[in-house]
Ligand binder design. Structure first.
Ligand code: HXC
Ligand code: NAP
Length: 300
């Protein structure tokens, strides 16, 4: 399903002239933010490891919004700094970016005592390390060219209260939260600003299959003050706001979009302390099957 004109609160063409890279933009929340931006006229680059998915998404969005901007997929594994450099160099050859969304992530639930070093690295190398190197590759070029830009990182509310059973993700996202606060100050004077979005429950295939396979990923929504999960258009509207130059005075902030779930329940997976060995064995097997299936589609 794609957006209709009244899903966005902005005038058509608002994002014309904007050039935005969205990591992990081929699926889920990244795809939704890509659509919001391109629908309003921005040229959008999306990256990920599954080249076929990027191509499908680019074609789908441009077919749905023929008056929108161009969407270009670039297969890139952000765990590899050299691959990031190559991607950013390719983009800059067409012209500089005006915005970056650090959205790509890896995650799975696990008892922390069961994590191997490779399991920890599988997540932190994408979220913590990869997002930093993408930010730095763009930042160096913006600084050299004296250009302004807006950077958004997609975090979770766990950056404020911790993420039991998702510790490598919570630690990595907390690192990006500090990157947001630090670079807002260091690079703010250069016109490069940093904000972050901490989404609550927005069902996506990637998330549901890895955070609570076989059930609704967040359990029921009774604990959420609004009694529901987030709507994709709600997230897209917030991302467009933060990427547009008219929000420039907003800098160094992390904004939750979760219906106040964090305030009401903590918004994390604390309830999994009740799980026994059998439940963990089932969840782990299902997650590994999803990982396997997705890995088979990777082109880089
Ligand atoms: C314990 C696990 C495991 C599990 C994998 N591993 N799954 N350990 N429990 N369930 C271990 C493996 O055994 C292996 O270690 C190591 O992790 C690497 O596994 P691979 O499958 O080889 O990893 P890789 O191919 O690099 O894939 C990375 C990935 C995968 C992170 C594991 O899930 C991925 O690519 N995900 C991308 C998409 C994604 O995760 N989307 C969800 C984002 S949702 P050993 O030692 O055995 O070799 C999100 C929402 C948060 O972040 C907010 C909600 C509020
Ligand atoms: P998703 O669809 O699985 O998105 C993750 C994306 O990251 C995929 O497109 C994946 O593509 C890409 N990616 C992973 N590793 C990569 C790598 N090494 N290099 C390049 N791209 C990589 O899940 P989602 O739910 O939309 O999550 C998007 C973001 O929102 C994540 O940061 C997540 O933590 C955050 N978030 C989601 C929720 C939610 O409820 N959905 C809540 C809070 C925060 P490839 O596999 O093809 O590389």
């Amino acid at each position: 399903m794609t957006f209709a004109a009244d899903d966005l609160m902005y005038r058509p063409g608002l994002m014309k002239g904007q050039r935005i890279l969205i990591t992990g933009g081929g699926t889920g929340l990244g795809k939704v933010m890509a659509e919001g931006c391109m629908m309003l006229g921005a040229d959008v680059y999306i990256c990920g490891r599954r080249g076929g998915i990027l191509e499908e998404t680019a074609q789908e969005l441009m077919a749905a919004h023929p008056d929108g901007g161009k969407v270009t997929g670039i297969a890139c594994d952000i765990r590899v700094p050299e691959a990031i450099e190559e991607m950013v160099e390719t983009i800059w050859a067409d012209g500089p970016l005006t915005g970056l969304v650090n959205n790509a992530a890896g995650n799975f639930i696990s008892r922390t005592e069961d994590l191997s070093p490779r399991g920890f690295d599988a997540i932190s190398n994408i979220v913590f390390r990869g997002s930093f190197f993408v930010t730095q590759a763009c930042g160096k070029r913006w600084i050299k060219d004296g250009l302004s830009a807006s950077v958004i990182s997609i975090l979770t509310t766990w950056v404020w209260n911790g993420g039991p059973f998702t510790v490598p993700s919570a630690m990595s996202k907390a690192g990006l939260n500090v990157m947001t606060q630090s670079l807002a100050v260091e690079w703010g004077p250069k016109g490069i600003r940093f904000n972050a979005i901490a989404p609550g429950p927005f069902p996506t295939e990637g998330m549901s299959a890895r955070l609570n396979p076989g059930e609704s990923a967040y359990g029921d929504m009774k604990g959420n003050p609004l009694g529901r999960v987030g709507e994709m258009r709600e997230l897209a509207n917030l991302a467009v706001y933060l990427l547009h130059p008219l929000s420039t005075y907003v800098n160094g902030q992390t904004i939750a979009i979760d219906g106040a779930a964090y305030n009401a329940t903590g918004g994390n997976f604390a309830r999994m302390t009740e799980w026994g060995d059998e439940q963990w064995a089932q969840a782990t097997a299902a997650i590994r099957a999803t990982n396997e299936k997705d890995r088979a589609k990777r082109t880089v």
